[in-house]
Write a protein that binds this ligand. Structure first.
Ligand code: BG6
Length: 483
């Protein structure tokens, strides 16, 4: 297939994200011949490396993150493509080195994977050095701000140097295959759309549970918390994809306009609703997957008495014709029992059971779109058990994407890098969406910050605080794994 001809510049080139995600993603694209051989991959960071020293660093640090079954000679060829420019991004003169490496007048994609405090100096100095051309693009990583005001400030700064259609705000959840498959499922099948509304849907549950703790990111995580780290971005994006109206096309603004409408229709969680609609938790010591692990407060870099939440559960409501009265339960946490990421759509009970009361159970029909641990769509249905009596049992129609499609898969970052290289913004977050998401989470974060209450503790290796179950039980419902 034809490669894309664009230089790629990685700011923060020695950082964790580059080693764990971006280098493996670029390598995968390289090995699929999707990157034009003439294109440069240039890492930029402070350290005074030369190309060779940088390649050695990457060979060492990125190795364990490469895609399955990769080819050693392709890896060697990829490493030889990497270039490095030492640069103090606060100093405009130091961008001369970068200018010398870029193809004059050529397309270029800048990836800002530094602390957001450097986004503004990088953009300003790129611009002052004349390195931003008409068709240049920039990818920015979260966290894009700490709250609405700081996110607006960062967006203003980036926006002073790049047009909105040059700015690719990455949310890697949108690059996950099952998430894109949700678009295919909803808008490529006549089956679901008529049922995808309050008349037929009882509730929706979105779970992103991780077994890992905060690891070596203690200091970063402690000033972030689960609300900013996961809800404001990934989970709200998933909610948008589930809840949006059919866009007229898959074009960027058609899709993003519909997502924005969902975010704007989210009912604000304020005042007494903070207590009834949200639960925040923090893990204490416990056992995860058979391993004894420390509690959050014992992790490296966490100050004594920290109130940072490592778990959040929220009952969200969307004030629209389609979704009025349908709760969307959202939850995410570190150190949970299993690594599980899924969207569950529970359909309403049958109006009447011809098989006798209780014969159909509570939820005969449930659609589960699972991202982790498997990439599957499961449709729970009732079927007759074989035999001489009419007894119904739940069964599942199981669409396993790895079974159904045996072709090469692309990890989220590879897919999104490709989209950015091709200039396709559909799976990137627009400024107004991002700000609408901040607007919704901010009052909750503020209330938590002002509250005397501590986050509820939960044992590592569980499904989180008991209060999160109560959130659903009060509505006569339960989390997917509980019923
Ligand atoms: C990141 C968060 O955005 O997403 C991490 O900062 C989290 O805290 C990660 O672990 C989860 O992503 P994935 O793809 O592993 O589900």
């Amino acid at each position: 297939s034809a490669g894309v001809a664009s230089d790629v510049v990685l700011f923060g080139g020695t950082g964790d994200l580059v080693m764990r995600k971006l280098v493996p993603a670029l390598f995968h694209l390289h090995s699929l011949s999707l990157l034009d051989p003439g294109c440069r991959i240039i890492a930029v960071a402070r350290e005074p490396f030369d190309d060779e020293a940088y390649r050695r660093l990457v060979a060492d640090k990125a190795r364990s993150f490469l895609h399955e079954g990769h080819d050693e000679s392709a890896w060697a060829a990829f490493l030889a493509r990497l270039e490095y420019v030492g640069c103090d991004v606060r100093d405009v003169a130091s961008f001369n080195g970068l200018r010398e490496r870029l193809k004059p007048g050529g397309s270029r994609l800048f990836y800002l994977s530094t602390t957001p405090a450097l986004f503004s100096p990088i953009c300003r100095n790129l611009s002052a050095s004349g390195l931003i051309l008409e068709d240049s693009r920039v990818i920015v990583e979260k966290p894009l701000g700490h709250d609405l005001a700081s996110s607006q400030a960062i967006n203003d700064e980036i926006g002073a140097c790049f047009r909105e259609d040059q700015i690719f705000r990455i949310d890697h959840y949108l690059g996950k295959e099952p998430v894109q498959n949700l678009l295919a499922l909803r808008f490529g099948n006549s089956l679901f759309e008529p049922l995808w509304r309050r008349e037929w849907v009882s509730d929706v549950q979105i779970t992103v549970a991780e077994t890992i703790g905060v690891g070596s990111r203690g200091e970063f995580y402690n000033s972030t918390g689960a609300m900013r780290d996961m809800i404001q971005n990934h989970i709200l994006q998933l909610l948008c994809i589930v809840a949006m109206e059919p866009p007229a096309s898959i074009s960027p603004d058609a899709v993003r306009d519909e997502k924005l409408k969902v975010l704007r229709a989210l009912r604000p969680i304020v005042e007494e609703r903070i207590a009834t609609h949200t639960v925040r938790g923090q893990y204490r010591a416990g056992a995860v997957e058979g391993q004894v692990v420390p509690g959050y407060l014992e992790e490296a870099g966490i100050p004594a008495g920290s109130r940072t939440e490592t778990y959040v559960a929220i009952k969200a409501e969307i004030d629209s014709w389609r979704w009025a009265g349908v709760p969307f339960y959202l939850r995410t946490g570190k150190r949970m029992q299993d690594k599980l990421a899924e969207i569950v759509v529970n359909f309403r009970q049958m109006p009447h059971s011809i098989f006798g009361s209780g014969a159909l159970g509570h939820f005969a029909n449930r659609l589960v779109i699972q991202m982790q641990p498997n990439e599957t769509v499961l449709l729970h249905m009732m079927a007759k058990q074989p035999g001489e009596v009419m007894r119904l049992e739940p069964v599942k129609l199981d669409l396993d994407f790895r079974e159904a499609f045996r072709t090469q898969r692309l990890e989220a970052y590879a897919r999104l890098l490709m989209d950015a290289l091709r200039g396709n913004l559909t799976l990137f977050v627009r400024r107004d969406e991002q700000e609408a998401a901040w607007r919704w989470v901010e009052p909750v974060m503020n209330a938590w910050a002002e509250s005397e209450e501590l986050p509820r503790s939960y044992n590592a290796g569980t499904w989180g605080p008991a209060a999160a179950s109560a959130l659903l039980v009060r509505d006569g419902l339960g989390w997917h794994e509980e019923i």
